[in-house]
Write a protein that binds this ligand. Structure first.
Ligand code: AMP
Ligand code: TRP
Length: 333
């Protein structure tokens, strides 16, 4: 059995990287996989402080963006994590399977905790165990994500393998990452060596799923570049992270390859390329953004999707969680 699971954190500022690296790629999976679960991971979000009212709004916004991007809520299961208590229950068991040494290697924790590790939440440290639980609560087999999540998925494989080994079972599948396309790692518009992220203090570093036409054009105009024009071949982008990023975004949005984009724009300056990129971004994103805004005004509809998604997710999770509890030796007489 093949089953998809993926998640996005409702931490605000949903951006072009989330769209191109993740959500957009989910639309086609429903044809190849019987069950696809797409989860707004609110329990992951609170590993760093979230204002409660913002968390609610951002949870709806991520769900709205999934729907607006074309993820059909009838054919797929769209829900928020905290509605299905099995995630927390399985995460606890995995806290007892994963080893400190494994978590010590996680680069995302190091980045997010920064220099003051003592002040990071315990949840931020244990986060990859919860992520493994998200997937394995449904015996998920394939996980479509951006590049940055690869290390967490390797940990999920290690947890599944150790659980299976320790309890002499074949309960959990070994999950496969699915990393698609040309925009697996969209970089900041202000620094081509940093990934575009929700938490970058500069709003100019990212294009968000709620930016209007003017904001998109302004951010692309102000995007960092170098003084040279665009090369005619991909090799010419080496050592030019900002140029490579903008070309990569163009290719991803237009559904072509970097070489095609350079075929068209090679020899031109950014004065020509940036307006073309802005026009393309507006053309591709604005219908989705309009739909997100419409759905944000119809919270009852979004909530109904999340409610029914959670019900369906619970039905899939329940027998699996029971099986795990029995395997571990939890007595439920
Ligand atoms: P997050 O924003 O951390 O909740 O990420 C949600 C999804 O978007 C995950 O699949 C990430 O791998 C993906 N993602 C986040 N940032 C980027 C980026 N800059 N480029 C490509 N994919 C990204
Ligand atoms: N950790 C992921 C991120 O920050 C979000 C996430 C949580 C996830 N649980 C997941 C992704 C399970 C895939 C599968 O992007």
């Amino acid at each position: 059995m093949k089953r998809i699971f993926s998640g996005v954190q409702p931490t605000g500022n949903l951006h072009l990287g989330n769209y191109l690296g993740a959500i957009r790629n989910w639309v086609h999976l429903q044809d190849d996989f019987e069950d696809c679960l797409f989860c707004v991971v609110d329990m992951h979000a609170i590993t760093v402080w979230q204002d409660p009212a913002d968390l609610i709004a951002n949870t709806r916004e991520v769900a709205a963006a999934m729907i607006a991007a074309g993820v059909d809520p009838e054919r797929n299961i769209i829900f928020n994590q905290s509605q299905v208590s099995g995630h927390a229950e399985l995460a606890w068991i995995f806290n007892c399977v994963a080893r400190l040494g494994w978590l010590d290697r996680m680069t995302q924790f190091k980045e997010k905790a920064g220099t003051d590790k003592e002040r990071a939440s315990v949840g931020l440290y244990a986060y990859p165990n919860l992520m493994a639980a998200d997937i394995l609560l449904y015996k998920g087999t394939h996980v479509p994500v951006g590049e940055d999540q690869k290390q967490h998925l390797e940990l999920a494989r290690d947890i599944a393998a150790k659980f299976n080994h320790d309890y002499k079972t074949e309960m959990f599948p070994i999950v496969e990452p699915l990393i698609f396309g040309t925009a697996t790692r969209v970089m900041s518009l202000k620094d081509g060596t940093k990934k575009m992220s929700k938490s970058d203090p500069s709003d100019l570093s990212r294009i968000t799923m709620t930016d209007d036409t003017d904001a998109i054009a302004r951010k692309i105009k102000k995007a960092k570049t170098d003084p040279d024009g665009l090369p005619s071949e991909a090799k010419g982008l080496e050592g030019r992270p900002e140029a490579a990023n903008l070309v990569g975004i163009y290719a991803a949005l237009s559904g072509t390859e970097v070489t095609d984009v350079l075929g068209e724009f090679g020899g031109q300056g950014f004065g020509v390329f940036k307006p073309a990129l802005a026009a393309l971004a507006v053309e591709k994103l604005s219908p989705i953004q309009d739909e997100v805004r419409r759905l944000m005004d119809d919270t009852a509809a979004v909530d109904a999707v999340l409610r029914s998604g959670a019900e369906r997710a619970r039905a899939l999770a329940e027998p699996i969680l029971k099986e795990v509890q029995k395997t571990v030796g939890f007595l439920h007489p």
